[in-house]
Design a protein around this ligand. Structure first.
Ligand code: SF4
Length: 295
């Protein structure tokens, strides 16, 4: 039985950057606070916690010593977090991914121009909380074309954005549904020329969408796929479903010990892959675990 690691899997550069920020600080000061899990991967969080990182929430700010260093992870934060940090004398180490920071800036610009902002994203996801925060929580969140058609006010100029880790197909379907409804409402009417302004800004990260093709090839070229990611990883769920479209024998694990021997029945090749938040060392550990226990 051959065990292969997907060479295109592993941390995206935004995550590598945030971890570098944390590791540099841990080397210098031996201590840093991370606002939320630095990454949706329990094993990597534990590794950094063992080096001196502590995961906190904004509610913990009042108990921190003034001057404490708090890292903002790649997902970013809403403006209110920065204001609270100033209030409590906390030093922010801002590891917001530049891609996310750019999306925040674009959303802010449209919101300031009185556009109705619609975000294709998950309500409780940290990145979405930050994106919505720049609109003072006025942005509408949607997950499907049906929801968008129900929630959007078609009398207002509108812009559609996406959380960076969502899937392109659904984004395109939402954009199409909104465009179609706008044209149905206005075409042929005397207001046709004044039809509402609508923009669809596909802000899905290239690190995520570019992975599709390679992941599909990898899933097809192995009999069984072990997909390693944190259960909270949004990108993990999207990529897992993509792999499943190509190969029915794809199994999601957070830890090597969840692996079951019957998954490998009659399999000649096992592929190990993961999300943009899955470290290479974890995939290597899973490979060693499979080789030592099942081959
Ligand atoms: S997936 Fe893209 S947007 Fe998200 S952290 Fe990685 S590089 Fe940044």
């Amino acid at each position: 039985m051959k065990v292969n690691i997907d060479t295109s899997a592993g941390f995206c550069w935004g995550v590598v950057r945030a971890i570098d920020f944390a590791e540099n600080e841990l080397k210098d000061a031996g201590r840093i606070y991370s606002l939320g899990d630095i990454i949706h991967n329990a094993a990597e969080v534990k590794r950094l916690n063992d080096l001196g990182m502590e995961t906190i929430t904004v509610e913990d700010f009042p108990r921190l010593e003034p001057g404490s260093k708090v890292l903002i992870r790649a997902h970013g934060e809403p403006p209110s977090t920065y204001q609270k940090a100033i209030k409590y004398g906390i030093e922010i180490i801002d590891a917001t991914c530049p891609v996310v920071a750019k999306v925040q800036e674009r959303i802010r610009k449209f919101s300031d121009e009185e556009f109705q902002v619609v975000i294709f994203g998950k309500k409780d996801h940290a990145e979405v909380i930050g994106l919505r925060g720049v609109t003072e929580d006025r942005a509408i969140l949607v997950l499907s074309p049906e929801e968008a058609l129900l929630k959007v006010d078609f009398s207002r100029k509108t812009v559609l954005f996406s959380q960076t880790t969502m899937d392109r197909e659904t984004f395109a379907r939402i954009a199409e549904a909104l465009r179609e409804r706008i044209s149905q409402l206005y075409i042929g009417s005397i207001e046709e020329e004044a039809a509402i302004e609508f923009h669809a800004k596909n802000t899905i990260c290239g690190q995520v969408s570019g992975r599709d093709k390679k992941l599909r090839e990898f899933a097809r070229s192995n009999d069984v796929i072990i997909f390693a990611a944190g259960k909270k990883s949004s990108n993990g769920k999207v990529l897992f479903n993509i792999a499943r479209e190509e190969n029915q024998r794809v199994y999601f694990v957070e830890d090597a010990h969840e692996i079951s021997p019957e998954w490998f029945e009659k399999a000649e090749s096992i592929g190990i892959t993961g999300a943009t938040s899955t470290p290479k060392w974890q995939m290597q550990m899973i490979k060693t675990y499979i080789e030592n226990n099942f081959s």
